[in-house]
Design a protein around this ligand. Sequence first.
Ligand code: SF4
Length: 239
Amino acid sequence: MPDISIINDQSIPARIARAGLYPRQRKRGYLGMSEIGDPCERRLWLSYHVEKQPGKISNRLLRVFDMGDIIEDRLILHLQKSLYHVKNFQEEYSDFDGQFQGHCDGHIRGMYEAPDKWHILEIKSANQSSFNGFVKHGIQQNRMFGEKYYAQVQIYMHYSGLDRAVILVENKNDSRLYQERFRYCRKDALNLYEKAWWIINADYQPNGISKKETFWICRMCRYNNPDYCRKKWEGEELF
Ligand code: SF4
């Protein structure tokens, strides 16, 4: 009998990839409040003005997003079983004729630190490295994800009228949890509001975070190629 364990047959991953399990593809057509804290304004501008149509996302990445949804559902269940009040799931916020939109994970009440206060609830999942960074330095200090998370809850507080928020993060490697609460900062929220207005109305793309393709944030950016970000810089003609 041949030893089938030595045959590198990847039929299951290939079949799952072909199965079309995720008909939903990225389709927004609006500027997402979850992205408004992106430290690169050019990336925001490109995602709104150039990539409004649904982009093709790999099956692998869609499964990553799906896992985020699974973690979110499980944590909401655990919060409810732990006797927190959770409501207003996916409440929508919208401005500029629907061109700026967001949906919060929910509102939560019963926090030990402020039992009677409703908070915006935002649930995230993170890999080991990001999670450890959140714990060590605080969410807001993380440039890759944390700045966006902070901006997201600020703008949600702005539109919901709530003045507190909590971000709950689960470590995807070991399921540890970490929470951080934030108060509404009107100044930060208004800056984000103005940023959204500017991104939506700008008819030229702003400078990016770095001209160096090897800059660490650019290395993980899907626009880091000659078709998008690297096609031109300020002063050159628009593409
Ligand atoms: S490659 Fe860098 S500068 Fe260009 S859009 Fe992406 S993050 Fe911004």
